[in-house]
Write a protein that binds this ligand. Sequence first.
Ligand code: CO8
Length: 261
Amino acid sequence: MEYENILVTREGNIAIVTFNHPKVLNALDHATMTELSAVIAELDQDNSVRCIILTGAGEKAFVAGADINELRAIASAAEGADFATRGQNIFFKIENLSKPVIAAINGYALGGGCELAMACDIRIAADHAKLGQPEINLGIIPGYGGTQRLPRLVGKGRAKWLILTGDMISAQEALRIGLVDFVVPTAELMNAATELACKIASKAPLAVAWAKRSINVGSETDLVTACAYEACQFGLICGTEDRIEGTTAFLEKRPAQFKGK
Ligand code: CO8
């Protein structure tokens, strides 16, 4: 499908989704969010896609937040709540997609842009990137999951520091506090993201999907319940052809040929 504000390109079994509205630093307006939802649904259905990279067009921004013009125009409390819920649901889809999603943060990741990156599985930032939740400066609070995912990633104190001051931090500082997982020179960002995506895409797809699900479900519950959930997922993976192939290939000292079955 063709999209107006989003480009989708392929490199083998990797899909690269690029927010393509650099004039407004790739801010997420209603139309772009509708497209993002459709892109994610399309890639979810496409069995040839094993891993997804999200990034922004231009050199300045990954995503500079929700569109502030639209935030200014919200007419009521109910409309504001609907606005937030709609975005949260799209980000939940990304977080719970069976395929891993890597955020390649090529510049500003602010407000909704930082929240989008946090809904991804792994975050790689270019060394000039800047991240933050500056909503407080607009008289609002994060609404796409920022007050919840940020403390889960960096701890309550650091989340409160970032959300209550609206301070932007460097990629290096984001790495130090655990908001991003890797920082690379800007020129190497897409290569690093693609290399990581290819490595994950070469693994058994069901094992990748169920490991992701086990981490996501388990990290939101107590350890005993989480381990019981992991054991169920482990049982499911034992029923796959790829488990036989992976273990047999190891014992026969040859590369495994995974089928996703
Ligand atoms: N929305 C709309 N337009 C934007 C946005 C945005 N978030 N960010 C930048 N732009 C526009 C600018 O208005 C400007 O447009 P124009 O050229 O027409 O003047 C253009 O992009 C370029 O921006 P700047 O000239 O400002 O570029 P600078 O390099 O000087 O500054 C900054 C870059 C620091 C990134 C600056 O643009 C900035 O501060 N942007 C806003 C960042 C921000 O506050 N983001 C958070 C928004 S709120 C949010 O995301 C809430 C999410 C949850 C919502 C829940 C639903 C209710």
